[in-house]
Design a protein around this ligand. Sequence first.
Ligand SMILES: [Zn+2]
Length: 152
Amino acid sequence: MVCPKCQSLRDQVIDSRLIEEGKVIRRRRECLGCHHRFTTYEELHPQKLRVSKKDGRVEDFDPSLIHAALEKACEKRPVSHEQLDRLVKEISRSLHELDEREVTSRQIGETIMNKLREEDEVAYVRYASVYRQFNVATDFVREVQNLHPVAS
Ligand SMILES: [Zn+2]
């Protein structure tokens, strides 16, 4: 960070703390040239996430589509609205954490599956069977066995 006083680029951080509920990091810095102390604030600038589809189209990431998919998978399952909302948030967050401007619909599908697997097995298998378009019964069975590994 350029020193506001002497324009030196060399400084050291002497203190950093989280503020605004962890959304911002405040750092006290000291210029190694002139020992001037100054403060910087670091915060996340969420980038608009784009989704590239199988057919080559690219669309804005839309969390409501994830919500709809989850709702369908969790139909008649003991998964509350609050849980659904939380899942949507967690999935969105993991996708943003990939730190790419563009994710594939495949990455989204895999992320949804991973989260559902932790949340509700039936909903997971339901989603996975649609997502992977199982047409061979053994695939489906293998998937179920993965959930309940047979003790050997
Ligand atoms: Zn300086």
